[in-house]
Design a protein around this ligand. Structure first.
Ligand code: ADP
Ligand code: MG
Length: 292
């Protein structure tokens, strides 16, 4: 590998919106067997919307939504923003909460007036010993459509299932196809429900799904993919993605991501568009071919 051709490749990549922070990443990309994408905010737009709100029979819909939105008004999760926006769109008054507690990768809890409110993933309800009852089937129905089911419990009883939809980016399907055309496998890593993740993955033609991953489980997921396929490139955007970006053979941060993610990455893509992932591989291949 001559330093000059590497320099030319890095320059060409920069013009295409692909910033190589480390020169050897241009070479390492050629060894990659599988590209693993973070789902939320990377394959999807990351600006979810509430599409379903179904309450258990003994609960009042507006009252439950107001209570849930109160808890979520204190959370920074994109799902929380979707629920708060939906409550605001219905002109519900959102009371102050006390004893707010956020559990990463699970959900949040708080006291709203006299009520104990828990909001989050099905596994958070299970961990809180709350049975989903008849809302479990509704949640499965939501997940099968590629929509995330979130549950709410009030005073220890299941109260609602909430569907939160986060559409895929327009460039995601073409990016997966482009990687396949280069003989590279594609995986998805997410903290989301497995059925939601599977539905989205199958719509994009993704080969391998690792779902229900807690934030600190992304590193183990990368190691698992490496053991199965070989060298891994990981594409992510969030603070939670930094350890996975560092663990991957090539860490690729989408440029709209957080500074922490960018610091941990070997390659940074400008903008939201995932087509640049393919471009990185193509430029890498051309550069290395010229060298030989
Ligand atoms: P990812 O970014 O991979 O989608 P996260 O670790 O951020 O995953 O979240 C995993 C899951 O935890 C979400 O899909 C959701 O079910 C649940 N969750 C986390 N925080 C909240 C919250 N504030 N409100 C509702 N659900 C939440
Ligand atoms: Mg993300």
């Amino acid at each position: 590998a001559t330093p000059t051709s590497i320099m030319v490749g890095i320059g060409r990549a920069a013009e295409a919106g692909v910033l190589f922070r480390k020169g050897d990443a241009l070479q390492s990309l050629q060894t990659v067997a599988v590209v693993a994408f973070d789902k939320t905010g990377t394959l999807t737009r990351g600006r979810p919307q509430m599409t379903t709100f179904a309450v258990a029979p003994e609960f009042d819909e507006a009252a439950v939504l107001a209570a849930v939105a109160s808890v979520e008004s204190r959370s920074e999760h994109p799902i929380a923003a979707a629920i708060v926006a939906a409550a605001e769109a219905r002109d519900l008054s959102i009371p102050e909460v006390s004893a707010f507690n956020s559990v990463t990768g699970m959900g949040a809890t708080a006291q709203v007036g006299d009520d104990d409110v828990i909001v989050g993933a099905g596994r958070f309800m299970a961990a809180s010993a709350i049975a989903l009852g008849q809302l479990e089937a509704k949640g499965a129905e939501i997940a099968a459509k590629g929509i995330t089911p979130v549950y709410a419990a009030i005073n220890g009883k299941i109260a609602a299932v909430i569907g939160v939809s986060d559409p895929v980016k327009p460039s995601s399907a073409a990016t997966v196809a482009g990687l396949h055309a280069q003989g590279i496998k594609v995986a998805m890593i997410t903290g989301d429900h497995h059925a939601t993740a599977e539905a989205i993955a199958s719509s994009l033609g993704i080969d391998h799904v690792v779902a229900d991953v807690l934030p600190d489980g992304k590193v183990a997921a990368i190691e698992g993919l490496r053991a199965q396929y070989g060298p891994v490139a990981f594409v992510g955007d969030g603070i939670n993605d930094a350890p996975a970006l560092a663990t991957a053979d090539v860490g690729i941060a989408v440029g709209s991501g957080t500074d922490v993610a960018i610091e941990a990455a070997d390659v940074v893509l400008s903008g939201h568009d995932l087509e640049t992932v393919q471009k990185a591989f193509v430029i890498s291949r051309k550069t290395m071919r010229n060298i030989r």
